[in-house]
Each structure stands twice: as C-alpha cells, then as structure tokens.
Write a protein that binds this ligand. Structure first.
Ligand code: AMP
Ligand code: ZN
Length: 487
C-alpha cells in the first residue's frame, strides 16, 4: 500500500514540514506514557488520546507504525504513595497500570506495539548510563550519576533555551555536588525501603529522563521518526532525552517532535496538586468514554482547551447525531434511482477529510467536513425516508463512516448503549433532574400512559408539565408509542 503525504508541525524547527521517515512506509513512533501512582485525570487522557490519534492517522494514510508508549512505574510519587498505603511500590504501580489499561479501553485506544515498564527495562537503562559515563558525558558523586549538560553542544535545541539563561535561573539550587546547575540525575542510590536494582554504581534506581531514551532505543533503534508528549514535557524531559540519546548513540534522536497543549480547568491547568482533578474513570461512568474521546478530539492538539459545561454538552449532542445518522442510514430502504451529485459529494467529503487529517492531524477539520455532509443527508434523505437510497451511495457513505471511525476512534459504542449513556449524561448535566428520583420518573411515565389510555387529558398534560420541570421531555409518536429523554 502506498503512503499518502502528510505534514506535521515539528517543534524542533517550529515549522510545518512534510513528514519524511527513515524507512519508506514505516514510522518509529514514541509517546511518553503516564506515571502510574493514582487514577489518571482527563488532562492525562488528552495526551493519551492525542498519541492514539497520531497512531491511527499514520496507519490510515498507509504507514506501518511501530508505536511505543511506556509506563513510568518507578518514580518518587509512586514510592511516596506506596509508603502511605503500606504496600510495595511495584505492587502499587502495577495496580494503577491495570486501572489505566481499563481507562484506555474505555477511550477506545488501540494497543501500542510495545508498552514497556521501567522495572522491566533496567539492563538497557544501566547500559545506556555506562555508555554515557564511558564517553565522558556522565560523572559519579557518592553513588549518584549525573549527566554533564554543558558537554552536549546542542542542549536547548528543542525548547530553544540557552544553558547560560538556565544556569542563571538555577542559582538558588543547593546541590553542590553538581558540576553545573543544569546537570541532571541519571542514577540515584536507593534509600531504605525503596525499590532498587544492582548497578556498577551500587544499588539504586534510574532518574526519570533516561527511561525514555533507553526504551526508544530498545524497541525502535537509535534514531526515530516521531516523538510525542504533553507540552509540559518539552523541557526539561524531552530536552534531556535528546541530550542522553544523541550523546550515547552518536546520531539524531528524533527527527520530528510534537506536543499536545494542555487541558485547563477554569483558567488553570488541570493537575492533581491543584486539586481540580476529574478522573477518567469518574467521567466515563457518567458520560461514557466516547463522549470524553470526542471532547478531546474536538480541539486541535496544538490548541489549549478549557474544560467547560458547554464543551461537554456540545460533545454529547454531536456524538448522538453521529450515531443516529449511522443508525438511520442502516435502516433506509434501497432504491434503483442513482444520484451522481450526492455520490460525488460523499467522494469529495472523503477527500477533504483525508486532507484535513494529513494536515498536522487536523481531526476537528475532518469532523467538521463530516458534519456538513450529515446535515445535507439529514435534510435530503433522512427526512424523506420513503424515498430510499441507492446501494452505491449507501456503500460509499458506510465506507466514509468506517474511515472516520478508524481514523478518529469514534463511533464505537453500540447504539442502544450509547443512547443510555447519552440520557444518563444529560441527566447529570441537568440541575432540574434532581427534582425527581428515577422511581418517581418511572411512576409518572406509567401514570401518564394510564391517563392517556382513559383519555384523561388534563391529568396527562399535568404529568407532562411536572416531568418537564424536572428536565424531561416526553415525545408522543403518531403510532401511539412514546419516548422520553432529558433535555
Ligand atoms: P504524568 O503522569 O504527569 O507524567 O503525565 C502523563 C502525560 O499526561 C504527559 O504527557 C503529560 O504531559 C500529560 N498531561 C498531564 N496533565 C495534562 C493536562 N492537564 N492536559 C494535557 N496533558 C496533560
Ligand atoms: Zn519520556
């Protein structure tokens, strides 16, 4: 299969570039994964969904992708939290890796090709530190190994920071063992009760940055095509990954770098330390994974986004429209009458969607093209159900929806489950819904049915008003059936 051209905004050059890979048709792609000490929040989900969108779109345009997303399972925060709970740190982090995998499944993330853990990568991490020590980039003080930043001439090439400015900013730093304030830890001696591994520098554990350099090299090779992470990771994490990998391997580390912007809560970034955290799990239980996935893919990955009630409401409405369109299309009768104009419109929408996705992964652009088409077909076909649709046009539309679903990971909930989720989600957003319990709603719906059966219209209208005040709309169909939903 031939590969379509795509462009990516490369943060290394701060320009949009034609994406060229080391090997034709193949991509070596690394994305920094989560630190597993607690349930992840919806901000972390943005980084996960963006990594998955990049993976999916690269596959959609024809690339064979070797995708690595790690789990940081050895870390200060994990050790602290495990100590508080009186459990072994690796048992604690495995528990949250398992929870994270459940969240990833609920967001319809494709499994990465490799999902290494730090605790399983120790020999490779130690090997890389040894190479850095042999080449003179690392030095040892009291069993602690530091990377000597000034020796790496390209330091700052990603974040565009200068060592001189950084040194100035770090004057207050107290660690006098460092030769330069910018130097960072590669290996640290373990303290009592902490997990540790034997090494040439004594029992200890790695600093944070070295794991990604070692994992990328192990699973993708010394040079890779694309590296992704949240924007907060650009400095110092990614800058340090470059310094380690390029010094150890003697070649460019990653040819392209892309970073997703933050999800902010109010005007502040969402983080556990700010206490404004909504976990993926809690959100998905109320609103569904597909609604969260749609929220996170409805804004371009390089734009900041705010977590607001209106963004949630809009996503619920759009997901509903998407599924209802698919369902209604499936139920349309066939006709022999062809409409070349409508067929051409589907073909041209597909082309425009492909162009958007190939243009720096513009998922919102592709979604907007699809919704224009859905509006047109709702107007011309769905409201005229009896007219039917030709087999050729039907197949083209189904193939378009499948293409969109593969590229974006949306449209995966089963229809009836999705309707249940949507109703539950709307109820959660509707403050008036608290006026009636589920049991009271059920009883009123039943009473209304009885009132209508006995032609007690005033009672039926009164119940309808009461339900309406609690945010519920009852719809009577011409065939005598009825349905209800939250506003
Ligand atoms: P951490 O577990 O803190 O290392 O974060 C895992 C990933 O989530 C990293 O790529 C972070 O950049 C990303 N991340 C954390 N908080 C947010 C947020 N509020 N918005 C977007 N990405 C985030
Ligand atoms: Zn990393």
């Amino acid at each position: 299969m031939s590969v379509k051209d795509i462009t990516i905004f490369n943060n290394l050059t701060r320009t949009k570039e034609k994406f060229k890979t080391l090997e034709d048709g193949k991509v070596r792609f690394y994305s920094c994964g989560p630190t597993t000490y607690d349930f992840l929040h919806v901000g972390n989900a943005r980084a996960l969904v963006v990594g998955d969108l990049i993976f999916r779109i690269l596959k959609t345009v024809g690339y064979e992708v070797n995708f690595v997303r790690n789990f940081t399972d050895v870390d200060d925060k994990i050790i602290e939290r495990a100590k508080e709970e009186g459990v072994d740190p690796l048992v604690h982090s495995q528990k949250y890796i398992d929870e994270c995998l459940k969240d990833m499944a609920s967001l319809n993330l494709l499994p990465a090709t490799h999902t290494p853990k730090v605790s399983d990568t120790m020999p490779q991490i130690i090997d890389m530190i040894k190479i850095l020590e042999d080449k003179g980039f690392a030095y040892v003080v009291d069993g602690e190994v530091f990377y000597h930043v000034p020796l790496f001439k390209d330091y700052g090439k990603l974040s565009k920071k200068k060592i001189e400015d950084l040194q100035f900013g770090k004057r207050v730093e107290v660690d006098s063992r460092k030769k330069n304030p910018c130097d960072f830890v590669l290996w640290k001696p373990a303290k009592e009760g902490e997990p540790s591994w034997d090494s040439p520098w004594g029992a200890g554990r790695p600093g944070w940055h070295i794991e990604c350099s070692a994992m990328a090299k192990t699973f993708l090779g010394p040079e890779i095509d694309l590296h992704h992470g949240g924007i907060d990771l650009m400095f110092p994490h990614h800058e340090n990954e470059i310094a380690q990998s390029e010094a150890a391997n003697g070649c460019t580390f990653s040819d392209h770098w892309c970073h997703n912007e933050f999800l902010n809560f109010g005007s502040e970034k969402m983080s556990k330390s700010l206490g404004n955290v909504i976990t993926i799990r809690a959100f998905v239980e109320t609103y569904s994974g597909e609604v969260l996935r749609h929220i996170l893919s409805s804004v371009h990955y390089r734009s900041k986004m705010d977590w607001t009630k209106s963004i949630i409401e809009r996503a619920i409405g759009e997901i509903e429209r998407l599924h209802v369109f698919y369902k209604e299309l499936m139920g349309m009768p066939r006709t022999d009458k062809e409409s070349q104009k409508d067929f051409d419109q589907v073909v041209s929408t597909r082309k425009k969607m492909e162009e958007e996705l190939s243009n720096d992964f513009n998922v919102p652009g592709a979604t907007s093209e699809l919704f224009s088409l859905i509006r047109y077909f709702n107007r011309e076909y769905i409201s005229n159900l009896g007219e039917g649709i030709s087999e050729k046009l039907f197949s083209e539309l189904i193939s378009l929806l499948k293409f969109y679903s593969n590229a974006t990971g949306l449209l995966y909930d089963n229809f009836d489950e999705m309707l249940g989720h949507i109703n539950h989600a709307r109820k959660s957003l509707c403050e008036a819904s608290e006026k009636l319990t589920d049991e009271e709603v059920e009883k009123l719906i039943k009473d209304r049915k009885e009132a209508r059966a006995t032609k007690d219209w005033s009672r039926s209208d009164q119940i309808r008003d009461q339900l309406n005040e609690a945010g519920i709309v009852v719809k009577d169909n011409p065939d005598g059936t009825y349905s209800w939903h939250y506003k």
